[in-house]
Design a binder for this molecule. Structure first.
Ligand SMILES: [Zn+2]
Ligand SMILES: [Zn+2]
Ligand SMILES: [Zn+2]
Length: 425
């Protein structure tokens, strides 16, 4: 048997073969690798260079192009991040910049880099509310119909191409229906209404009725077949910049009642001062609106509350206890935590701004289109049986350090009922 000698590292109890010691200078393999790794780290630390790809560039189009370009990984290079978010840059684009970005996206689609094109186009559509017809035609030619939001504001020509494909495109039918839903004009609502009366031959290939695809873009059909929006087109984000004036909205306050299911204190998600003219677009007649919930139990289903427009807010007897609820040992310790307070922004934004969850914009808002993490879910009013209207949402990472998921709030103005719901990944 060959002789073994102790590893040179005093703190190591390992022994090694003489032949290994010759190669490693007397260290066992783990110690040898650890020394090598440290040397390498030290080398990188000494020789790593900061590279600012944005140096001297002010053209927002060029800046975005750099952001989307592929970078080869090199441990000796540390890329300096651009100081503004993509969202902020898109907001500063001129019409001409948007045109140039669209042309760039066309080039990417032709080069089959559809993922990057999709990143650019989703932001053009959601943040700048511009149409992208030329790109849509190209995408359709490549059998690419996703995400549906890209088709928001598409031309009649695009719409008619999609309609002509719906019966034969088995593979892409789901995506085409979503795209049509996002177009959602009078021709589409007629078509959806027709499907409601005479379901299409391919109805059994879908999980939901064809006309219910309208939910994904926030509308439904009225009894007489017209489009009815389930969201407000006015939209105000919630932001962190506090102002000294009296705020028109406060969020997440303790409600005076306890949840009858889990016994924890109920939460007022939204407390609106309706006397503030910013909320005129709701057209609620009154002074105060509180939308309340049990922030624990609503994670397992809708929670309905009765309300008036003078601050009244009570648990609704129509609430149906979900088949599963967690066992809360200390209900008095379960208050919804706010570590980063939010206030209503003074500036409106496009209603579809937060419609696409993967764009990672701060989702908390009043009005606007909801940010669905899963499929769209609108509650049905327990009194009039109509779908309720989305009134606002609180995106947990906006107000909690390690928050996750979104709380949604809905209202039936006629019946004076609110509902809440929650989704997460
Ligand atoms: Zn060792
Ligand atoms: Zn509860
Ligand atoms: Zn109702």
């Amino acid at each position: 048997m060959e002789n073994r000698i102790p590893c040179k590292n005093e703190n190591c109890k390992g022994t090694i073969l003489l032949s290994t010691a010759e190669k490693t200078g007397g260290l066992c393999m783990p110690c040898f690798q650890s020394v090598k790794r440290k040397e390498e780290e030290e080398y990188i630390r000494k020789n790593q260079k900061d590279v600012n790809l944005y140096e001297g560039i002010d053209d927002p189009f060029e800046i975005l192009k750099i952001m989307y370009s592929q970078r080869n990984y090199d441990p000796l290079i540390r890329y300096i991040e651009y100081p503004r978010t993509q969202e902020e840059i898109y907001n500063s684009l001129s019409r001409n910049d948007i045109k140039r970005l669209e042309e760039y996206a066309i080039q990417l689609i032709n080069d089959n880099d559809i993922d990057t094109a999709e990143e650019i186009l989703s932001r053009i559509v959601c943040f700048t509310n511009s149409g992208i017809d030329d790109c849509l035609e190209l995408l359709i030619n490549k059998d690419h119909y996703y995400p549906g939001v890209l088709f928001k504001g598409a031309s009649h020509k695009i719409r008619d191409i999609l309609i002509s494909q719906i019966d034969k495109e088995v593979e892409n039918r789901n995506h085409i229906l979503l795209a049509l839903s996002w177009i959602g004009d009078i021709r589409v609502s007629e078509l959806f209404n027709q499907w409601r009366k005479y379901p299409p031959s391919w109805k059994n290939e879908l999980y939901i009725p064809a006309e219910d695809y309208s939910f994904e873009s926030g509308w439904t059909l009225t009894d007489d077949g017209n489009r009815r929006n389930m969201f407000y087109t006015d939209s105000y984000p919630l932001v962190h910049t506090a102002t000294c004036e009296t705020e028109p909205l406060s969020i997440i306050k303790s409600h005076e009642d306890k949840c009858p299911w889990c016994r924890s204190q109920m939460t007022v998600l939204f407390d609106f001062d309706l006397t503030n003219p910013v909320f005129n677009f709701f057209n609620f007649k009154g002074e105060r609106l509180r939308i309340s919930t049990c922030h624990i139990c609503t994670c397992y289903g809708y929670i309905f509350t009765k309300l008036d427009f003078n601050g009244y807010s009570k648990w609704h007897e129509a609430n149906k206890k979900p088949s599963f609820l967690p066992n809360i040992a200390n209900p008095e310790e379960e208050a919804l935590e706010v570590t980063k307070p939010l206030v209503l922004s003074k500036t409106k934004r496009d209603p579809y701004y937060a419609a696409r969850w993967v764009l990672e914009v701060p989702g908390s808002e009043v009005g606007g289109h909801p940010t669905w993490i899963q499929d769209a879910e609108y509650p049905i009013c327990p009194e009039c049986s109509k779908y309720m209207k989305f009134i606002g949402q609180l995106d947990c990472p906006d107000f909690q350090e390690y928050g996750e998921g979104i709380y949604y709030a809905f209202i039936c103005k006629e019946c004076k009922i609110a509902a809440t719901h929650y989704q997460q990944t």
